[in-house]
Design a protein around this ligand. Structure first.
Ligand code: URP
Ligand code: ZN
Ligand code: ZN
Length: 460
């Protein structure tokens, strides 16, 4: 079935113009002025709205066995929530336990998504141990269309790799031409600081920040940069939160390390005082790296606007406030880490980025869609509105005014970290490969339509 979007204010990362967009089946087939509707086509008038390429979240955890529990969304609720917020493609982290082989982990995550995902998805393949068997399996997984790895320098005893495994993973990645995404925090420093804080009686959520201060993250980044420089691997720092870590990444970039940087919407709009709220309320705001001193926000916004940081993700990791966060009521190190935001990333970035004058429309599209597509080999299928691209479109209503609330959200978690926050725009219509999946904030698409996206590294 054809879909014709009339009078679209088309915003790409490098262009803006008004035209009609014709989608035939799953693909954008024509962009022009005055396109006549083909027989039977659905016609949507986009006058007064922006039309953006479907947004891409480069970092999600829809299925995550972690810290003795499981994240709350499944692929149905998580991808419906993504779509309600304008995200049409997600990059999910496959995070096998160390006792699981990569092949087992990959099969498990694929099984979780199959038949349930409502938007397209792809994986960063977590390397949580490295030996001869895992190397062979990782080669197969890359051959099957997963063009990126994920390593954790944190989470000792769970997902974390040691330095030999890090070296071997980066060496294999260099050979295969895949990007290695990395959680950068020095796990030994975290473990020692946690012990010190608990011994001093600091057991509440407000102590979480001091167990992972900026230097711990900067050390993790510096560490990864040294290994990336010596192996020649392409790397991508996930969830960078602070100036010190950014300085370490930029110093490495200046000496030739091929590094891209992701920050999160949480670090742009929340600061560490949220995790200091009394009465265990702060547990809602415990994630790693932690929310930082507010001074870091200007650094991150400026870095996005100037292209030093390439992407804004969510690291969506939803754990209920009433039943899961209390696992760490007497010991902050046991609070399941994560601040859910898959549904709110775009509206918050729009409100606090574009509407506040920190980002231009083009920069907004670049950091929320196009750059991730380019870094991870999905462009130009995703991340741009042009003939031949998948018909993933967000018709965005800048006149909408509303507030964020757990009462009205789609994501399956019992709180919203941005409860009561105003938003100054939202997606009016979202399409997934030509099918309308959201109208006025509500999912109306097809459960299971989301497709696994094969990605082949374009560079070696
Ligand atoms: O707090 C976080 N970030 N939770 C999810 C796991 C991770 O480190 O990405
Ligand atoms: Zn992480
Ligand atoms: Zn994560």
């Amino acid at each position: 079935m054809a879909l014709l979007i009339k009078n679209a204010d088309i915003v790409n990362a490098d262009s803006r113009y008004t035209a009609d967009i014709l989608c035939d089946g799953e693909t954008i087939t024509r962009i022009d002025r005055g396109i006549a509707p083909p027989p039977g086509a659905e016609v949507i008038d986009a006058t007064g709205r922006h039309v953006f390429p479907g947004f891409i979240d480069p970092h999600t955890h829809i299925y995550l066995p972690f810290m003795g529990t499981f994240s709350k969304d499944d692929y149905e609720t998580g991808t419906k929530a993504a779509l309600a917020g304008g995200t049409t493609t997600i990059f999910e982290m496959v995070c096998p336990s160390r006792s699981m082989s990569p092949a087992e982990g990959f099969a498990l995550w694929r099984q979780q998504a199959a038949g349930k995902a409502c938007c397209d998805y792809t994986f960063h393949m977590g390397v949580t141990r490295f030996d001869a068997d895992s190397a062979a399996q990782l080669r197969e997984i890359v051959g099957g269309g997963v063009g990126s790895f994920k390593v954790f320098l944190a989470y000792k005893g769970a997902f974390g790799v040691d330095d030999t495994e890090l070296w071997q993973t980066l060496t294999l990645a260099r050979e295969l031409g895949v990007v290695v995404t990395a959680h950068c925090e020095n796990e030994t420093l975290v473990a020692e600081l946690q012990k010190q804080l608990l011994a001093a009686g600091r057991t509440g959520p407000e102590a979480h920040h001091d167990s992972r201060p900026p230097r711990v993250e900067a050390e993790g980044v510096h560490h990864l940069m040294t290994f990336a420089g010596l192996t020649g691997a392409r790397v991508y720092i996930v969830h960078l939160s602070c100036r010190e870590a950014l300085e370490a990444a930029l110093a490495a970039r200046l000496r030739g390390v091929n590094v891209s940087v992701e920050t999160l919407i949480q670090y742009l709009v929340l600061d560490k005082t949220w995790a200091e709220k009394p009465g265990f309320e702060g547990a809602k705001y415990v994630m790693s790296p932690p929310l930082r001193d507010a001074a870091n926000q200007a650094v991150l916004w400026n870095a996005l606007a100037s292209g030093l940081v390439q992407t804004v993700g969510t690291d969506h990791a939803p754990f209920d406030f009433l039943t899961q966060k209390p696992m760490g009521r007497d010991d902050f190190t046991k609070i399941p880490n994560g601040i859910p935001s898959i549904e709110d990333r775009i509206n918050l970035l729009w409100t606090h980025g574009v509407k506040s004058g920190r980002l231009s429309l083009q920069q907004f599209v670049a950091v929320a869609s196009t750059n991730a597509a380019k870094i991870f080999d999905l462009w130009p299928r995703k991340g741009v509105i042009q003939p031949g691209a998948d018909a993933d479109l967000v018709i965005y209503d800048p006149a909408y005014r509303g507030t964020i609330s757990a009462k009205t959200q789609t994501q399956a978690v019992d709180y919203n970290a941005f409860e009561g926050w105003p938003i100054e725009g939202r997606p009016a219509v979202v399409t997934v490969r030509g099918e309308v999946a959201v109208r006025d904030g509500r999912f109306c698409g097809t459960v299971g339509r989301g497709r696994f996206l094969e990605r082949r590294p374009a560079r070696t």
